[in-house]
Design a protein around this ligand. Structure first.
Ligand code: FES
Length: 98
């Protein structure tokens, strides 16, 4: 199975995830620690807000609900994502905001 590297630039951490995994799966690799803050896990609380530093094309696209909620949180730009809505499909580097 192909693995992709998720780099969390703000924490200087790297994780390997299978293609199409939710990036929040790193909590299993991190021994149950919430490296990415999580709340609702369904795109409704904003706890998991991230900024994509590189590899934006390696994620599933934002849908309208995610885009609208991120704007409500005060962020514009497609580099802002809710981690709980992201599936990894290539090399990716992020910064945790939430
Ligand atoms: S965990 Fe609530 S929006 Fe992602």
């Amino acid at each position: 199975m192909a693995l992709h590297t998720l780099t969390i630039a703000s924490h200087q951490l790297e994780f390997q995830l299978p293609v199409n995994s939710p990036i929040t799966d790193i909590e299993w690799e991190a021994g149950g620690k919430n490296v990415i803050p999580l709340g609702c896990r369904v795109g409704a609380c904003g706890a998991c807000l991230i900024k994509v530093k590189s590899g934006l094309e390696a994620l599933n696209p934002r849908d309208g609900d995610e885009e609208a909620f991120i704007e409500v949180l005060g962020y514009t730009g497609e580099e802002y994502r809710l981690a709980c809505q992201c599936l990894i499909r290539g090399e990716l580097a992020i910064e945790i905001i939430g």
